[in-house]
Design a protein around this ligand. Structure first.
Ligand code: OOG
Ligand code: NI
Length: 473
């Protein structure tokens, strides 16, 4: 309990603190549920320590932005929801922890019948406190062709309740009171955790499970279970190639291809790789109450390396080069084509500048600006440069890459597919439907590019103020 809470038990706990607490509780639960996740955390910890020891520049950069302190607590999770009502309540649950829906991801075009958003903190100070995020997908039952099965699935989903009654009460309490006190926050974290827990017992019989799974494995994963079990938690590494190489040595076998951009000196956006979903024993419950043993594969492990956030211009270049790579490679990468794919990817991305100065000058990436000691001294001497470029050149200001906090649709599709086996299909056609998603969510999703631009702008304003200068642009 904090000093403040001890003095006044009614004082509200900050949503950032509730999120940090929840993120720790979630990680502990998942380590107990999936021991391989614990092994992965260990490996990532070792690789990160080594990367920092070997690259002093990297260490200095991460210290300047504060990322070094959040590195060990950095993780994202993913869940899949079954109905509009579940999504709308989930939005309210995450809001208690200061997490808001950012971005819209259409996965149907890549053959996965869901669309998604990412719940996360949106201000740099909150992200610094806890960067925890959850990639949240909503199943699109309307994409199931078989009408009878579609209606059956909708009926099953309508009858389940994925939130505990006390969690719902505490959400209402937080909304009415503007937050939760320390006692309520503790209880909220425990109650919210229940929604993401793995349940061994299915909600349907073995035959119906098979039928759902034959339509799409993901449909069975959502419809045949009591709740949206967390399906992976992903730590952040500073060297994904080293972790990928180290995984085999620990009996973890990763997918063949790392999603996202190729290895670079200056990492951009996000690179991700996963290990295959585990086959887990489940119990199916028949209509007559008898049960049958079966198995289900859903939960997996993933690691990621985050790089600088790109501007709309940088993102357009990224999308173009990725598409060109896939064209040359003849589609999404598979196991046999992995090496050739990576070679093509690296070749295509030679067109993407790989030093921070060019990324900044060409308006391809976002940065944060900081006043240096020389800047403070120059101000005291009255010798301060006045313009941004001159301030940077004189060493009065320093800039650091702004880290990408979101996801990538093509990568996400690759992660989904690596866990769906051979019955994955090509596409559900052009069926992105952001309006429907926002209607179901009960709110618009935020534009991630606007958030990065705001953070960059705030850092410029802080520098101008600290140096007593007119606005910097
Ligand atoms: C989510 C897959 C996408 C990512 O990090 O892009 C993902 C899921 O399997 O539910 O995890
Ligand atoms: Ni993920």
């Amino acid at each position: 309990m904090s000093v403040q809470a001890a003095a006044n038990p009614d004082a509200l706990v900050s949503p950032d603190e509730i999120r940090a607490q929840f993120s720790r509780a979630m990680s502990a639960m998942y380590q107990a549920e999936v021991p391989l996740y614990g092994a992965l955390l260990e490996l990532v910890g070792e690789v990160n320590a080594q990367a920092l020891a070997q690259d002093r520049q990297l260490a200095a950069r991460l210290s300047a932005t504060g990322e070094i302190q959040r590195l060990d607590m950095e993780r994202h999770g993913a869940i899949r929801l079954g109905s509009a009502a579940e999504l709308a309540t989930m939005r309210r649950l995450f809001a208690v922890m200061g997490m808001y829906p950012v971005g819209y991801y259409d996965l149907a075009c890549a053959g996965v019948p869901v669309h998604s958003t990412a719940f996360r903190a949106i201000h740099e100070a909150s992200l610094q406190h806890s960067p925890f995020r959850v990639f949240t997908s909503l199943l699109r039952l309307e994409l199931i062709e078989n009408r009878e099965l579609r209606e059956l699935a909708a009926g099953i989903l309508a009858r389940r309740n994925i939130f505990t009654p006390r969690a719902l009460q505490l959400i209402e309490r937080a909304e009415a009171a503007g937050g939760l006190n320390a006692g309520e926050a503790d209880e909220f974290v425990q109650q919210a955790l229940e929604t993401f827990r793995w349940h061994r017992e299915g909600t349907v019989g073995a035959a119906l499970y098979q039928q759902l799974s034959d339509q799409h494995r993901l449909i069975a994963d959502v419809v045949a279970f009591k709740g949206p079990h967390i399906n992976h938690l992903t730590p952040r590494t500073l060297d994904i190639d080293a972790v990928q190489a180290g995984m085999q040595g620990r009996g973890i076998s990763p997918k063949a291809v790392i999603e996202g951009p190729p290895p670079r000196r200056c990492p951009i956006l996000l690179r991700q790789t996963s290990f295959k979903a585990l086959q887990e024993a489940v119990t199916f419950v028949e209509a007559d109450g008898s049960d049958a043993l079966g198995s289900h594969t859903a939960r997996f492990g993933e690691i990621e390396q985050r790089g600088v956030a790109l501007t709309p211009r940088g993102r357009a270049l990224y999308d173009r080069l990725l598409e060109a790579t896939r064209k040359v490679a003849g589609g999404a990468p598979n196991e046999e084509g992995a090496a050739a794919y990576m070679a093509t990817l690296s070749q295509q991305f030679q067109a993407f500048p790989d030093d921070y100065a060019s990324l900044r000058r060409q308006g391809l990436a976002y940065f944060r600006y900081f006043v240096t000691e020389q800047g403070v001294a120059a101000k005291a001497r009255g010798e301060l440069a006045q313009e941004l470029e001159a301030l940077l050149a004189a060493g009065h200001l320093q800039c650091e890459p702004l880290v990408y906090e979101d996801f990538l649709p093509v990568s996400a599709a690759g992660i989904f597919q690596s866990n769906l086996g051979d019955n994955a299909r090509d596409s559900y056609g052009q069926s992105a439907n952001r309006e429907a998603f926002e209607r179901d969510l009960g709110a618009p999703v935020l534009d991630e590019l606007a958030l990065y631009a705001e953070t960059q702008q705030r850092s410029l304003e802080q520098c101008a103020e600290a140096l007593g200068l007119a606005a910097l642009a």
